[in-house]
Design a binder for this molecule. Structure first.
Ligand SMILES: Nc1ncnc2c1ncn2[C@@H]1O[C@H](COP(=O)(O)OP(=O)(O)OP(=O)(O)O)[C@@H](O)[C@H]1O
Ligand SMILES: [Mg+2]
Length: 455
């Protein structure tokens, strides 16, 4: 519903105009003076302002300037009295949308009002669109990877970032859980507030409560002064509880209370303090299993996992490997002031024959080492992977066993490699290896190669 704010010190005009606009389907707000009207204007105001010029306190011209200072695209239409026209023309030069001379019939302003509302709508739509594009850009530059699971992850982040729902980020070590948590915070409405990261595995059990919730002076021996806990520190911002499964059971009960009540009580105090935080938790353990093992409270799990983001391990999105390596190596090159020379394309296969138990962190490390090593790209690569440039052949460990076994390994290697390079698409692999679909399918079955793993 289009919104119109009417500002005029003359009551009769406010009443008649607002009634008429109300009947015409607008949502109307009236103010008798510009000062109170100004307090309600924010850059996300979606409507149009109709204002008188001559008013006590703040006049319409000064008011218009202040409104345009908040957002220069808010349409302001001036209702000018006799003799104010030259002033209104001046105001239009400095950004007012239109003016109408009093006295006027409501129908006289309808057209101008309608146009102003349309314009505002377009401005807001454009802004939202630009914001979405910018968000996608930030996400793409921060969370590298174009594999289907990464694209889905990024879409989900963009989708839930601006909501207030608690998010549980799960994934193996080094998959980017903290990175995801920060991205959610930075895309949220709390981005200008604190992001407080607490590693639950790193705080000793004996001091955990005071670290999280704070304490008053003298709360226990050694409590020399008041301490504000992490949760309170995150007030109005985001609280990131990393490795949540490591939280001692007794503390889990207290955390549950804090989440439910949205208030904390510092140790040694009886007074609850209201806290407003957005909760993001991360885990590399399977929490339902921890619940089954009585290591994690089920009620707490249900509180924190309103929305769950699962990060796929790197070995199941090997298509991301070259891009990640390239970007990490390039960045490392800049940091260490060494030029990054790309390895030959034929060498990339050794990236995909590794399983990456340390996930992206491991790959990042490797890319940095590559940049720091001396020698030409082939030599560096050989030192990293312990293989020569000819990585198209099976590695040392595959070279033992009967001829049949060695052949099997070799075939497995060649097919896997081709599938990875073609993002799991069968057709280009058939063409490249020059084998019919049926043979390829049979070989994949026999050699236990699954396409989903390789995309
Ligand atoms: N998709 C990605 N794009 C760019 N960098 C990434 C990506 N995923 C992870 N990283 C980088 O990898 C490293 C590990 O990421 P992060 O610390 O977020 O992982 P984690 O899941 O929290 O690991 P852990 O469980 O060990 O705490 C960081 O340097 C992070 O910036
Ligand atoms: Mg982490």
């Amino acid at each position: 519903m289009p919104q119109v704010i009417i500002v005029d010190d003359e009551e009769a005009l406010r009443v008649s105009l607002s009634q008429w606009l109300d009947l015409s389907g607008y949502t109307v707000r009236v103010h008798a003076d510009a000062v109170t009207a100004l307090e309600t204007i924010t850059p996300d105001f979606t409507g149009v302002i109709l204002t008188d010029v001559k008013m006590p306190k703040l006049d319409g011209i000064a008011f218009t300037k202040s409104v345009l200072g908040i957002d220069r695209d808010i349409p302001v239409i001036l209702m000018t009295g006799h003799g104010d026209v030259p002033m209104a023309v001046e105001a239009m030069k400095s950004g007012a949308y239109d003016f109408v001379e009093k006295p006027f019939e409501p129908t006289d302003i309808l057209e101008s009002l309608q146009r102003a509302i349309e314009k505002r709508k377009l401005v807001i739509e454009n802004r939202t669109l630009r914001q979405q594009i910018a968000q996608q850009g930030t996400l793409d530059s921060r969370l590298i990877g174009n594999s289907p699971p990464m694209r889905l992850l990024k879409a989900e982040i963009a989708n839930i970032a601006s909501t207030e729902v608690p998010v549980l980020v799960s994934g193996e070590t080094g998959t980017g859980k903290e990175l995801v948590a920060r991205a959610i915070h930075d895309l949220s409405t709390r981005s200008d507030r604190r992001f407080v990261a607490v590693n639950c595995a790193a705080i000793p059990e004996s001091t955990a409560e005071s670290e999280l919730f704070g304490h008053e002076k003298g709360a226990f021996t050694g409590a020399a002064g008041r301490r504000i806990g992490w949760v309170e520190h995150a007030d109005n911002g985001t609280l990131f509880l990393d490795e949540i499964s490591s939280m001692p059971l007794a503390l889990q009960a207290k955390l549950l209370r804090v989440i439910e009540e949205r208030e904390i009580v510092r140790l040694g105090s009886n007074t609850p303090v209201k806290v407003n935080f957005r909760l993001i938790c991360a885990t590399n353990e399977d929490l339902p299993t921890a619940v089954a093992d009585k290591q994690f409270r089920e009620d707490l799990l249900f509180r924190i996992n309103t929305f769950e983001l699962q990060i796929t391990p790197l070995r199941q999105r090997k298509g991301d490997l070259p891009l990640l390596f390239d970007i990490f190596a390039e960045r490392a090159g800049e940091t260490f002031d060494r030029p990054y020379e790309k390895p030959a394309a034929s060498l990339w296969t050794s990236l995909s024959s590794h399983d990456w138990p340390g996930n992206v962190r491991e790959l990042k490390n490797l890319a940095e080492r590559y940049v720091l090593l001396t020698g030409n790209p082939d030599e560096r690569w050989a030192r990293l992977f312990g293989t020569g440039a000819n990585t198209g052949t099976p590695s040392e460990s595959d070279k033992s066993g009967s001829l049949a076994e060695q052949l099997r390994h070799f075939e497995q290697h060649v097919i896997r490699d081709a599938l990875i390079r073609h993002d799991g698409n069968i057709k280009p692999v058939m063409d490249e290896l020059d084998i019919p679909r049926r043979t390829l399918n049979e070989k994949m079955k026999k050699l236990d190669i699954r396409r989903a793993e390789l995309e």
